[in-house]
Design a protein around this ligand. Structure first.
Ligand SMILES: [Zn+2]
Length: 68
């Protein structure tokens, strides 16, 4: 799963876009930016957004046992 935090893109927004691959994240991010922020994602902006897409670390949501 790939994720993009809207905040990482410079918006004051808690939106997180999740999708199976980068292209789908970009599609959803473009829709979100247009509908929520009134911003059109240009090809140049899309290139920047690609750099902000991260793999979701599903194990992070679980409690980690400290190594003793
Ligand atoms: Zn947003």
């Amino acid at each position: 799963m790939r994720t993009l935090k809207c905040r990482d893109a410079g918006f004051d927004c808690d939106g997180v876009i999740r999708a199976a691959d980068d292209q789908e994240v970009l599609n959803l991010a473009g829709k979100h930016a247009r509908e929520v922020h009134g911003v059109t994602v240009t090809p140049a902006l899309a290139d920047q957004l690609k750099l902000l897409i991260k793999d979701e670390q599903e194990s992070d949501s679980k409690v980690r046992q400290p190594t003793i």
